[in-house]
Write a protein that binds this ligand. Structure first.
Ligand code: B12
Length: 290
């Protein structure tokens, strides 16, 4: 059947196709960046692409109008967005903060960028201000409360229909109260198509087991993600991992977040995988698990 197409015609059709559409490796070569960087742009919606089987195709016209995150103009825009969001969030001004987000979306920012480089970066600025003694913990609490409400509004706006990739359970361990980091990572994973079971913060070990068992009743669980922001919780994380492994066979466990130094640290806690960085790096790690 396949031999019905003359070889020379098949080749010229392919080269015509490749002049209009590019593979991710070709895009990486054109942009002078790593393949995984392009993959993250595509998976988070920053660079439009279509999937053909397991391959991605990027239209040349889309590449021509694409501005890579981190180029000076975009970088400046993102840090301005974070600064303005930080101000509105500390002021407890949800409507003003939402206006900043709507402005960013209207000028082409995608929801993942708004979450990670907007709301997440604004909260890190709040932390720096607090650590310097410039703001009170009441200011931080007000900003966090606005942050949670912004996440709700943004995820309602970017809800994605269609087949889910697979499910992921995510939570912070006992003693770690940083719920916003969990919620933000969960929303990024939902936006890129995962079914996410979110366990929130300060979850005791036996409740991690219950959360995974609950998820498994609905769909196979690709991984359990334990997000650790507070340092000094290694023993708690280690016993959480051990309790989950004792109850659930063959579960893949990812441990990460700001309090996890590197893969060696995560492995010492009993994890299978880790990577440094944001929820976008977590997404790429999960995508790579079969
Ligand atoms: C808000 C906040 C709180 C709030 C949390 C409220 C809430 N609802 O979440 C409250 C008041 C509870 C709190 C308490 C404390 N906090 Co606090 N907090 C913060 C603050 C300002 C923002 C946290 C946040 O939301 N960040 C935004 C998130 C979205 O960014 P992110 O952390 O990078 O999150 C990403 C990753 O987690 C990633 N991710 C998740 N899972 C995984 C997995 C993998 C594999 C990968 C790759 C990525 C990944 O996804 C997220 C999105 O990209 C930070 C400042 C900061 N730099 O973050 C301090 C901060 C984290 N807190 C700090 C401190 C000191 C504390 C307290 C000890 C204060 C005190 N003396 O009581 C307590 C500890 C409480 C506890 N036992 O956990 C320190 C860190 C402490 C440490 N290293 O242990 C920080 C850094 C402030 C500072 N500059 O000193 N805090």
């Amino acid at each position: 059947m396949g031999s019905a197409v003359p070889r020379v015609l098949a080749i010229s059709a392919r080269s015509r196709l490749s002049s209009v559409e590019l593979s991710l490796a070709e895009v990486a070569a054109e942009l002078g960046v790593h393949y995984m960087t392009v993959y993250k742009y595509v998976r988070t919606g920053r660079l439009p692409a279509r999937q053909v089987g397991r391959e991605w195709r990027v239209r040349r016209s889309d590449l021509a109008t694409f501005v890579a995150p981190g180029t000076p103009r975009v970088g400046a825009g993102r840090s301005q967005m974070a600064a303005r969001l930080r101000d509105r969030m500390v002021a407890g001004d949800e409507a003003g903060a939402w206006a900043v987000i709507e402005g960013a979306l209207a000028s082409g920012a995608d929801a993942v960028t708004v979450l990670v480089d907007g709301v997440g970066a604004a909260m890190r600025r709040v932390g720096d201000d607090w650590a310097r003694g410039d703001i009170d913990v009441a200011d931080e609490h007000r900003a966090s409360a606005v942050g949670h409400r912004l996440l709700g509004r943004l995820s309602a706006r970017s809800a994605r229909r269609g087949r889910r990739r697979s499910s992921v359970v995510i939570a912070a361990p006992s003693g770690d109260h940083h719920a916003l980091a969990v919620a933000l990572a969960a929303d990024v994973l939902r936006i890129v198509g995962y079914d996410v079971i979110e366990g929130g913060a300060d979850l005791p070990p036996h409740s991690f087991v219950a959360a995974v068992q609950h998820a498994e009743r609905a769909a196979p669980v690709r991984a359990l993600v334990i997000t650790v922001t507070t340092t000094g919780l290694d023993e708690v994380v280690r016993s959480t991992v051990a309790e989950v492994r004792a109850a659930i066979a063959n579960i893949t466990i990812v441990v990460g977040g700001p309090a996890v130094r590197d893969l060696d640290h995560a492995r010492a806690l009993g994890a299978d995988h880790s990577v440094s960085g944001s929820a976008v790096d977590l997404m790429a790690l999960l995508d790579g698990l079969s």
